[in-house]
Design a protein around this ligand. Structure first.
Ligand SMILES: O=C1O[C@H](COP(=O)(O)O)[C@@H](O)[C@H](O)[C@H]1O
Length: 260
């Protein structure tokens, strides 16, 4: 488990731009040292803001997009192309404008896909896809992602792991079907905490006043069942990327004075 490090930016626009620059560097470095890179995308306002900032960054051309594997941390279980699906939003924000290898893009199943409306079978299928991609050098049933991003919800949810629901209690499976999520839509697919923790780096994104309480709770020693964001950490690094509004309830001793 890596201890969370915090970086606080002036506002959400700057946070998105700085996080996009950080992601470009991380992917370029991973491609230089291992030949390819893998990232796990998040949905939500902050995740899409980062992707839009990346699309607008001239340095995006430094990435070898054909050698990037793209996975998702969670998905709203809706029909293909639905505007509320995380993959639909990610395609619009970035993915449709960069030359990715379609074989390396791994969206989670849709509710009108091969598994129909059976979200649990769809989750098992995504777990199997992850397991196929995990090599002997990986430590478990998922690849060792270079960077896994998570938007933090106002209730401290990450991916589609909501406080107290069964998904956040899962200790064996890497992917679960989520029923009865408090945020619409109620049916979702999500990586579990054990899968999230397989990543080298986990970045938690929180911008806006409505994230201040969540950041405060998750970073003040709360348990992961009550505050799923508290249980999200990477093997090598756990980074909270915040704006000043989201950090407003945190003690200044938690982050360097120069960063906000
Ligand atoms: O529904 C979801 O919400 C969270 C957080 O979204 P935000 O708009 O409050 O930032 C997101 O991380 C997750 O991927 C998404 O499915």
């Amino acid at each position: 488990m890596s201890t969370p490090q915090l970086v606080v930016h002036r506002d959400k626009e700057l946070m998105a731009q700085a996080a996009a620059a950080r992601l470009i560097t991380k992917v370029v470095d991973a491609q230089a040292s291992r030949g390819s890179a893998s990232v796990v995308l998040t949905g939500g306002r902050n995740g899409n803001g980062l992707l839009a900032a990346l699309a607008a960054a001239p340095a995006r051309d430094a990435v070898d997009w054909a050698r990037l594997d793209v996975w998702w941390g969670d998905e709203r279980f809706l029909p293909e192309g639905d505007p509320e699906r995380n993959v639909t939003q990610a395609r619009a924000a970035l993915l449709d404008s960069v030359p990715l290898d379609p074989k390396r893009v791994h969206p989670m199943p849709a509710s009108d896909g091969p598994y129909g409306g059976d979200v649990d079978t769809a989750a098992d299928a995504y777990a199997a896809e992850l397991a196929r991609a995990a090599g002997p050098e990986n430590h478990g049933a998922v690849p060792t992602f270079d960077v896994l991003m998570l938007g933090v919800g106002p209730d401290t949810h990450v991916a589609s792991l909501f406080p107290e629901l069964p998904g956040v209690r899962e200790t064996e499976r890497t992917v679960v079907g989520v029923h009865g999520a408090p945020k619409p839509p109620p049916t979702r697919v999500s990586l579990t905490l054990p899968a999230i923790r397989a990543a080298r780096e986990v970045w938690l994104l929180a911008a806006g006043e409505d994230k201040a309480q969540a950041a405060q709770i998750a970073l003040s020693g709360a348990g992961e069942i009550q505050a799923p964001a508290a249980g999200a950490y990477g093997r090598q690094r756990t980074l909270w990327l915040l704006d000043a509004a989201a950090a407003s309830g945190l003690p200044r001793s938690l982050y360097p004075p120069a960063s906000a």
